[in-house]
Design a protein around this ligand. Structure first.
Ligand SMILES: Cc1cc2nc3c(=O)[nH]c(=O)nc-3n(C[C@H](O)[C@H](O)[C@H](O)COP(=O)(O)OP(=O)(O)OC[C@H]3O[C@@H](n4cnc5c(N)ncnc54)[C@H](O)[C@@H]3O)c2cc1C
Length: 550
């Protein structure tokens, strides 16, 4: 069977990429090894729990609001319905207290001020300075990243102590250093510190300093989850792909990218079947697995194989475990965490020190005694996820990828799941009695489902040396490979992990431009995007004054 383009992997980035290529008129196949598309976005309706839709993977879809991916692929027409809410996140603390980051900045500052008065003003200044960081990141997200050396050349042109120096310093810092510089209260540092670990970097590690700034984007934007569960986003992408004639094959792993005379010409599936590609093979599988496992050694230049071997995944031994829990009613987390506050994507850690201790244990291969939790009750904003009166609970935690002494995750995951629920029950004593059933995924289960290295949702570590113009390596950062017709996309490419579809879109645009297939619509969209990038960068540049004055 011959297609114009074959996309390997039907996570959301593979589907986004495939849908754009099909929209431009190419005959596209997206090939997925798992029985169900979506990769790290995974909703399940367990037979044993009728009426419940449990989310097990990616939950927050806020970056899709107003995104070009949603507009250009007309995902709302294809069934995507995002639900927003007034609170972004909150966390319970001892004594029945709760800290809440509302979308409304004044309300967020009021909550912060109840814990530590000086932090309310500091947070307001932090939000203003972070607007610059967010605008600059937004400007460089759209398209291949500039090489790191270009940034350094630009820095050399500016006077000493410029805004660029300030932002480079932020990126070189750890999240702990940034939080210690700006804030005093343990509770706010714990909440922002938990959020920062979404990079999977331990709080003390250089390169995580920009992460707390990302959270502040919620004051100018919106949090959001798809109605019907995260899988509804995947369904809308599949509908968009198919509406343009694109095909999706599930349960068909790609075993090899077939090359001829230095050009990718198709894929061989695990069952031996071959699919030919006239113009492009796009891999949403990370570059390390693509170059070392899916290509014959003679098809890859020797230097590039060595470069691929150096790509890091799971270097800090961080894995992620998650669970979806069916509840017969709503747990009570006390008066400060009721109603709208409980609708957020929540955290649980008493202090930043506790988050650090958990990451130290993870590095040693021990399941943390008290892991920091990310959790939510998705049915509070979307009652369709549970039968009348029932609720759904989503819990995720960072844990070791490799357990000490070679123990298997299969042997310990249910016991660890019990421990996570017990931690939550400390703040909602009746929780255990409400549990009707649960589905638990260990880091090993995630690796089995997606094939990702270390089961990582980011595909390759988001450490400083693997971001921007180095993601996943300097030579592979432009979504292209030295093998003609073979392209990279997915969380392992710029700008990285998370639910946003940007890598998928960026790669598709590049392929279309290379094939001369963009047409006036794509050219107009690109021109508009360039204009917006310029405006965004300028806005961001000015707002960075806040970092200099910090
Ligand atoms: C528990 C959890 C919670 C998360 N929470 C959030 C959140 O709230 N918000 C957020 O923004 N992000 C979240 N994330 C991260 C986010 O979901 C991922 O970064 C993102 O979905 C990755 O998308 P992707 O398409 O690039 O890759 P993936 O989703 O990893 O998809 C890659 C696909 O390729 C397939 N594949 C692999 N090998 C082959 C092969 N040989 N042949 C064919 N197919 C292959 C895999 O099966 C998979 O479907 C979370 C992730 C997890 C695991």
């Amino acid at each position: 069977m011959t297609h114009d383009a074959i996309v390997i992997g039907a996570g959301h980035n593979g589907l986004v990429c495939g849908a754009y290529l099909a929209q431009a008129g190419l005959k596209v196949a997206v090939v997925e090894r798992a029985a169900q598309a979506g990769g790290c976005i995974y909703s399940q309706q367990p037979e044993a729990l009728p009426g419940y839709t449990l989310d097990l993977g990616g939950l927050e879809h806020g970056r899709l609001w107003g995104s070009r991916v949603v507009a250009e692929l007309e995902l709302q027409r294809h069934g995507l319905d995002l639900i927003s809410r007034d609170v972004y996140t909150a966390a319970p603390f001892a004594g029945g207290r709760a800290l809440a980051i509302w979308r409304d900045l004044d309300r967020a500052c009021a909550s912060i001020g109840q814990f530590h008065a000086a932090d309310a003003d500091a947070y307001r200044r932090f939000v203003a300075a972070s607007a610059g960081v967010l605008a600059l990141l937004g400007a460089v997200s759209d398209g291949p990243p500039p090489p790191t050396s270009a940034l350094l050349r630009l820095a050399a042109l500016l006077p000493r102590g410029s805004r660029l120096d300030a932002v480079l310093r932020l990126f070189l810092q750890s999240s702990r250093a940034v939080l210690d510089e700006w804030f005093q209260g343990q509770e706010l540092k714990a909440l922002l510190g938990c959020y920062a670990t979404h990079s999977q970097l331990p709080p003390w590690q250089a390169g995580g300093g920009y992460m707390p700034s990302l959270l502040t984007g919620v004051h100018g934007g919106k949090p959001g989850r798809p109605r019907g569960g995260s899988g509804a986003f995947v369904d809308s992408l599949i509908a968009a792909l198919r509406s343009h004639g694109g095909e999706l094959y599930t349960g068909q792993g790609v075993a090899e990218v077939v090359t001829r005379r230095g050009r990718a010409v198709g894929v061989r599936l695990a069952d031996g079947q071959t699919l030919a590609a006239r113009h492009a093979v796009v891999s949403s599988v990370d570059a390390r697995r693509l170059l070392l496992d899916l290509l014959r050694p003679e098809a890859v230049p020797a230097g590039l194989r060595a470069e691929a071997r150096r790509i890091k995944a799971g270097a800090d031994n961080v894995g992620e475990m998650s669970m979806g829990v069916a509840l017969s009613g709503l747990p009570d987390f006390g008066p400060e965490l009721r109603g709208p506050a409980l609708a957020g994507s929540l955290y649980l850690a008493p202090s930043l020190r506790a988050v650090e201790e958990a990451f130290l244990e993870i590095a040693c291969g021990d399941v943390p005694a008290r892991p920091a939790l990310m959790w939510a009750l998705p049915s509070t904003t979307d009652p369709s996820l549970a039968p009348p009166g029932g609720h759904t609970l989503w819990v995720a935690a960072f844990v070791p990828w490799q357990l000490r002494d070679g123990r298997s995750w299969d042997a310990v995951k249910e016991e660890v799941a019990d421990r996570l629920l017990a931690l939550l029950a400390e703040y909602a004593p009746g929780l255990s009695a409400l549990v009707r059933g649960r589905v638990v995924l260990s880091p090993l289960d995630w690796a089995r489902r997606t094939g990702n290295l270390a089961g990582s949702a980011d595909h390759v570590d988001q450490s400083l040396d693997q971001m921007l113009g180095n993601r996943p390596t300097p030579r592979l950062a432009g979504y292209t490979t030295p093998i003609k017709g073979l392209y990279l996309t997915g969380a392992g490419t710029h700008p990285g992990g998370g639910i946003n579809g940007i890598p998928g879109r960026n790669t598709a645009r590049l392929v279309l431009r290379r094939l001369g297939l963009g047409g006036p619509r794509v050219a107009a969209q690109d021109a508009l995007a360039l204009l917006e990038r310029g405006r965004g960068a300028l806005r961001g540049w000015r707002a960075l004054d806040g970092l200099l004055d910090a």
